[in-house]
Design a protein around this ligand. Structure first.
Ligand code: ADP
Ligand code: MG
Length: 355
């Protein structure tokens, strides 16, 4: 028999590499949307409207009234690692947002049909550009130019169609569009509570009802009321604590001891990005336990600002869990202060009852 020889090693085609990388960053429509919402917020928008078809698999469209994109940047807009937010590696240490890698639009362009319409304050007209594999699509003879001039107001509209059209295995992994839509509504609801000064709307294509809608001027309590209902909005305690030594500031709205549900709702933002932290979740739950009936859980909206150099921002974009320095001490400090707050309200209530 012929001797067994190894198969030779060859580099993968760049298109395949990009598709694999994109599929790792964007696993579901909601991941693409999160990046797009943060881009709109970063652009200083006060109004963000989202339209969804088939759970975002058919259509994901986000329209904002932010500063728009300079027409000269359109050719490189969707290339990997092109960004207006970061220049040096050192900038990573001080950057306030996590949207730093210039990877979102590039990734989307590899796995979906991407159209961007934008207009800046000093441009007389809007431009619409279509992208594929991080490049402007070259128009066929007889087709209009790309980008092409269009009418629109200041701001940007990003249209993502047929997500994963060229990744059939991923596409098949989705069980139901309504499940994906639920994840989208959850995410939009989080940003709608957190982003004061920004009006949000999110709806299904062709549906007259909006899934989420908030106004720009609404208070945090009113935004919670719109999204989570009166029952919780009427029982909120404002919460604030900071510590210079640990380098953090926290602000939030948490339910008092009159309110409890079967499962904790935690809306957590660290440096303005929606994240999860099992240590904070566990800390909050155990702080509430003595104040709530057995099996009862709280509602908590918490916005935590940690000095950027103490947060590990160089984590993978899909990573929902965030790591930060002095995590244990910060969680402890948060919980102590929450405990005091709950105890103070509890005492005044029992005092009122005995009067
Ligand atoms: P990053 O946000 O990490 O810079 P992205 O791929 O998400 O990377 O976006 C690339 C660039 O495109 C951004 O740096 C920004 O300049 C521009 N951009 C994206 N979305 C918008 C938007 N909605 N409004 C204005 N500019 C945008
Ligand atoms: Mg971004």
């Amino acid at each position: 028999a012929a001797p067994q020889l190894p198969r030779r090693i060859k580099p993968l085609d760049q298109v395949v590499v990009n598709k694999i990388a994109a599929g790792e960053i964007i696993v579901a429509p909601v991941h693409a949307l999160k990046e797009l919402i943060e881009n709109s917020v970063d652009a200083g928008s006060t109004s963000i409207d989202i339209l969804v078809k088939d759970g975002g698999l058919k259509l994901l469209q986000i329209s904002d009234n932010g500063h728009g994109i300079d027409e000269n940047d359109l050719p490189i807009l969707c290339e990997r690692f092109t960004t207006s937010k970061l220049q040096s590696f050192e900038d990573l240490q001080s950057i306030g947002t996590y949207g730093f890698r210039g990877e979102a639009l590039a990734s989307i362009s590899h796995i979906a049909h991407l159209t961007i319409t934008t207009r800046t304050a000093n441009s007389p007209i809007g431009l619409r550009a279509t992208y594929s594999d991080s490049k402007l699509i070259t128009p066929k003879p007889g087709q209009p130019a790309n980008p092409k001039p269009v009418h629109r107001n200041k701001g940007t509209q990003i249209t993502v169609e047929d997500l994963f059209y060229n990744v059939p295995s991923r596409r098949r992994a989705f069980r139901s569009p309504s499940e994906e839509y639920a994840k989208i509504l959850d995410l939009v609801g989080r940003y709608a509570v957190h982003c004061g000064g920004v009006a949000f709307s999110c709806k299904k294509y062709g549906d007259p009802d909006v899934g989420v809608s908030t106004t720009a001027g609404a208070t945090t309590t009113d935004r919670i009321r719109r999204i989570h209902g009166n029952a919780v909005a009427n029982e909120l305690l404002p919460f604030e604590v900071s510590d210079d030594y640990l380098g953090f500031k926290a602000k939030g709205m948490l339910s008092n001891a009159n309110y409890h549900v079967k499962k904790t709702t935690l809306l957590l933002f660290i440096n303005n990005r929606s994240v999860d932290s099992s240590s904070i979740r566990k800390g909050i739950e155990s702080t509430y336990a003595p104040f709530l009936p057995k099996g009862g859980h709280p509602f908590a909206y918490m916005s935590l600002d940690i000095e950027p150099h103490r947060v590990d921002v160089n984590v993978h974009p899909t990573k929902r869990e965030v790591n930060f320095l002095h995590e244990e001490e910060i969680v402890q400090k948060l919980c102590e202060s929450l405990q005091e707050k709950l105890a103070a309200v509890d005492t005044s209530r029992s005092y009122a009852l005995t009067q």
